[in-house]
Design a protein around this ligand. Structure first.
Ligand code: RUQ
Ligand code: CUA
Length: 621
């Protein structure tokens, strides 16, 4: 099978190469102003790059990339290396295309908020490697969502969690998915709902760090523990691994505890901090009942639990913190400087043991920088985030320089740089934050696209650029464009995922499911009406029903298909819902019957030659 694929792929690639070579030559002749084509040897470079990203019709990509959708509230799935957009997973924002946020269950899950700001996807891990079970993503509104990778659906949203304000540094999981961690980017007086003037920021505002416990059997999230922190802005997190397993790290800025124009007031100090938190000790303290009830949950004051939290000084307003495979090197990227700082976990532990500190912040010891730092790597200006390769190399994004730097762990030598177009934020290498990075591909997730696409007006897409990291030199392969706004993304080998394509009938335990058209129909209980509906090619049963003005109506729709790709929708004109039901699934939608009249409903998801005929009427008397 594999051999066959390889041969067909090789043939396809050869043909593509031939075609591209021909076009390249034509371009060179007809349009000498083309940026690359006129250079000698450029054709073969272009062709070689094209070969690397070409996935022949019918062939599959090697990796899934799950990209955060920022303030779109969604997650986007790309295939790598083609960079084709495969699907959108709606998470914090309604999405009529899949009916998300319109049926009773997902509407309830979203609650009052219909926007979210997703920054950092985190695939579940076993022993520090992706295990393909779930994907967790954060929302700035103090929430974390779990997407089940069996069906690629958002299955749980926890939060807004009390006292957490601006959950940016999330949703990184610990190496065996024991916890996903949250922190406050915007410290506030806690509990929430306590108005205190900004002048008292330094003493009366607080940050918190929260451990969200994950049930290893089903991924269910619950609140584990919460720790009170000084009023800094906690920026990004990562979990320790191997040597540093048991710890989580958060960068912080504004350790000046300043207010007002932070661009000036919070950038005074040469160093801010990375907070190191012993999550096993937090778990133990919570189990012992330590902490004070604030805002409905127990909050542990680190002063009362020695060894729970330390601060590691890191220059200057660090953004990303990234733990290298093996867990010994912890990399903090000071976004306002030209170096990234590497800490040696062994030295950090020694300093903790020896109380080698330079002071404290609200009782939390500050470790001596010189004692814990291993290297300051001159990667370039504005380092933000770091990913890893299989061979001891690290890749750091440089926002100000708009480039990616490749450097060697251990020798701290910067060996290569590739420019990005433009203003790179995060970057994502193949399984590049796990114990066993796979190398091969790296995607730069850029904040600007700078006209490298057909113009679409002022609201421009962001750009993502695929880089080949299989050789000594990094090579830019492809530009792709995405909806606003990519922050982090994770890339997982496709062979780790085994999604289902229909919900098996025997697994459908929905109490309102009906599998036979003769069981479909309407039942009334006072002013409450239940309509059980069956959708199957090419009829919606019942094809009509009558209700009274003011009734509370619940439609329970079962798609009884057991065939791949056979989705049916249900939209009702003049009513604010569109539901999409996957094969074997049951969904409900509840609404109040509006004024008298006749309201058509129909299947919104194209399904068969007689898709148009899947329609019916609701009569309101
Ligand atoms: S943060 S680059 Cu959430 Cu780095 Cu966006
Ligand atoms: Cu069913 Cu279209």
């Amino acid at each position: 099978m594999e051999a066959v694929m390889n041969t067909s792929r090789k043939r396809a690639v050869f043909l593509a190469l031939a075609a591209i070579a021909a076009t390249g030559l034509l371009t060179a002749r007809c349009a000498p102003s083309g940026p690359k084509a006129k250079r000698a040897g450029a054709v073969s470079d272009t062709a070689a790059a094209a070969m690397k990203v070409y996935v022949a019709p019918g062939d599959l990509d090697e990796y899934y990339m799950f990209a955060s959708g920022g303030h779109s509230g969604q997650v986007y799935i790309y295939g790598v290396p083609s960079m084709r957009h495969l699907a959108t997973i709606p998470v914090f924002t309604p999405y009529p295309a899949t009916g998300y946020g319109f049926d009773d269950d997902t509407k309830k899950m979203l609650g009052d908020l219909s926007w979210g700001d997703v920054h950092h996807p985190s695939l579940s891990e076993t022993n520090g490697d992706y295990d393909g079970r779930w994907l967790f993503v954060n929302d700035m509104n103090g929430r974390i969502a779990r997407i089940d990778l069996r069906d690629f659906k958002t299955r749980q949203i926890i939060g807004p969690v009390p006292n957490v304000s601006g959950n940016h540094g999330s949703a990184f999981v610990t190496p065996n998915t024991e916890y996903s961690v949250m922190a406050s980017r915007f410290s506030i007086p806690i509990p929430k709902g306590t108005p205190v003037e900004v002048a008292k920021y330094a003493t009366e505002y607080k940050g918190v760090v929260t451990g969200i416990k994950i049930d290893p059997k089903n991924g269910n999230m619950s609140i584990g523990w919460q720790i009170m922190m000084p009023p800094f802005d906690y920026d990004l997190g990562d979990a320790g691994k191997s040597a540093s397993d048991g710890w989580v790290f958060f960068t912080s800025y504004n350790t000046e505890r300043a207010t007002g124009k932070l661009e000036v007031t919070s950038t005074q100090r040469d160093r801010d901090y990375i907070a190191a938190i012993d999550w096993r000790l937090a778990e133990k303290s919570a189990a012992e009942g330590k902490g004070t009830m604030i805002g409905g949950i127990k909050v542990i004051d680190p002063k009362t639990v020695p060894g729970l939290v330390y601060f590691m000084p890191c220059g200057k307003s660090p953004h990303g913190v990234d733990v290298a495979p093996g867990g010994k090197w912890i990399i903090g990227s000071g976004k306002l400087q030209g170096v990234t700082t590497v800490f040696n976990w062994e030295k950090v532990q020694t300093a903790m043991r020896n109380k080698d500190t330079t002071g404290d912040e609200d009782g939390i010891p500050v470790l001596r920088y010189e004692s814990i730092k291993e290297a300051e790597v001159p990667v370039g200006l504005g380092p933000l985030h770091t990913q890893f390769g299989p061979d001891g190399y690290a890749y750091t994004s440089l926002f100000v320089d708009s480039a990616i730097a490749k450097w060697k762990l251990g020798t701290w030598e910067v060996v290569d740089k590739v420019p990005m177009s433009y203003s790179i934020g995060h970057l994502s290498a193949a399984e590049g934050d796990t114990e066993h990075p796979q190398g091969k591909y790296l995607v730069g997730l850029n904040k600007l696209s700078h006209g490298r696409h057909l113009s679409v007006g002022p609201s421009q897409p962001e750009s993502s650029q695929l880089v080949d990291i299989s050789g000594d030199k990094m090579k830019l392969l492809l530009d792709a464009f995405t909806e606003p706004e990519p922050h982090y993304a994770q890339m997982i080998n496709a062979n780790r995922l085994h999604p289902i394509e229909v919900y098996p009938k025997e697994e459908n335990k929905h109490p309102l499911a009906v599998w036979d058209v003769k069981d479909a129909g309407l039942t009334r209980n006072g002013s409450k009406v239940l309509v059980k509906m069956v959708e199957v090619r090419s009829t919606i049963t019942p094809t009509d029903f009558e209700i009274k003005e003011g009734d509370e109506v619940t439609l329970a729709i079962t798609n009884i298909e057991q065939t791949t790709d056979m989705l049916h929708g249900l939209g009702m004109l003049d009513y604010n819902f569109n539901i999409v039901v996957d094969p074997g699934e049951t969904k409900t939608v509840t609404f109040k019957a509006k004024k008298k009249g006749v309201y058509p409903y129909y299947c919104t998801n194209f399904c068969s030659a007689l898709h148009q005929e899947m329609q019916g009427y609701m009569i309101v008397r």
